[in-house]
Design a protein around this ligand. Structure first.
Ligand code: NAD
Length: 316
């Protein structure tokens, strides 16, 4: 990490990228933020708009539109760039087009001499993070996807409502693919230090596993529900990115369910998927291998296989 000045480059100044930038400005996340987009005019306009809010923000963050050379001395490059699905286009075709977009992004970032941490939010995020890793050839701990951080936040919020407890005292995770095969390993879920399974046992007239399964489904379908209502989701993911960036810049050693590369955990390798990881200045410091039940392990392997198959279908 460079001296005291903290520099973040954001690539992709669409709804997700700018929700992150806006949240970063309000949290005084860094000293310098550079905006890059293939649509340069948009990046310039977004920088102007944010700068006009500086006077109200209590920070003196330097925000400007720039070019890939700016990545050279950056601590973090956040990628939110992507293309949208065309009518009639399959998921795989979209994935291939986004893989091409990433070639035009990751190569110039690496060529700039960038020596920091990549954080990827573009969907399908686990695959796009793996593509970033393959294209950059960085050490795996320096390439992080947002993974299931947002899904985990949604889960904790809903469990907090259900049990009437502050979500910060709910310790439960959504893991696996950020997508249809993600799941909640209930065997690992705690309210404060009490296992949720024991809470159900002790309050069987009040709380039921069926309700928890419904909450899990609600989390999985949340993005689709929001997209139906307002076409896209961006505030939540913008704040999730801010949370990950802060953990890196402040060397927090915080546990977040980011998408990281498996290196033998759960008996699997190479695939990037959402799992609790310890995040600090070096990116992913450690990966926590949960003590999953046989059924949960099966669900994780299912996610793994789906992600491995998708990755195999694109040629880099
Ligand atoms: P958007 O269309 O508003 O923005 C995308 C931006 O990328 C545009 O400004 C576009 O000009 C830019 N772009 C396209 N090609 C580029 C290139 N080659 N170089 C630089 N910039 C380029 O989309 P959005 O709503 O901001 O979503 C961005 C991505 O985030 C999507 O892939 C979306 O699915 C994903 N997303 C992820 C999560 C998550 O949990 N990980 C949640 C919500 C959205």
């Amino acid at each position: 990490m460079r001296g005291k000045s903290k520099k973040v480059v954001l690539i992709g100044t669409g709804m997700v990228g700018m929700s992150f930038a806006y949240s970063a400005l309000n949290r005084n996340l860094c000293d310098e933020m550079v905006l890059i987009d293939v649509d340069k005019k948009r990046a310039v306009g977004e920088a102007m708009d944010l700068n006009h809010g500086l006077a109200f923000s209590g920070t003196s963050m330097k925000i400007y539109a720039g070019d890939y050379d700016e990545c050279r001395d950056a601590d973090i490059v956040v990628i939110c760039a992507g293309v949208n699905q065309k009518p009639g286009e399959s998921r795989l075709e979209l994935l291939k087009r986004n893989a091409e977009v990433f070639e035009t992004i990751v190569d110039p970032v690496v060529r700039s001499g960038f020596s920091g941490i990549f954080i990827v939010a573009t969907n399908p995020v686990d695959i796009m993070t793996r593509i970033t890793y393959e294209l950059s050839r960085f050490e795996p701990h320096r390439v992080i996807g947002t993974g299931t951080t947002l899904d985990t936040a949604r889960l904790r919020y809903l469990l907090g409502e259900y049990f009437r407890i502050d979500p910060r005292n709910v310790h439960a995770y959504v893991i696996g693919e950020h997508g249809d095969s993600e799941f909640t390993p209930w065997s690992q879920a705690l309210l404060a230090t009490k296992p949720i399974s024991k809470v159900l046992q002790d309050n069987s007239n009040k709380f039921r596993q069926n309700d928890l399964d419904q909450i899990s489904t609600e989390v999985r379908n949340a993005a689709q529900k929001i997209i139906l209502a307002k076409r896209a989701t961006y505030y939540g993911i913008g704040m999730a990115i801010t949370r990950i960036v802060r953990a890196v810049l402040s060397d927090e050693q915080s546990v977040l369910t980011v998408s990281g590369r498996l290196r033998g955990e759960y008996g699997r390798k190479n695939v990037f998927l959402g799992n609790p990881c310890i995040i600090g200045r070096n990116g992913i410091d450690r990966t926590i291998e949960l003590s999953l039940t046989q059924d949960e392990l099966k669900a994780l392997h299912n996610s793994y296989d789906i992600l491995e198959d998708s990755f195999r279908q694109i040629e880099l």
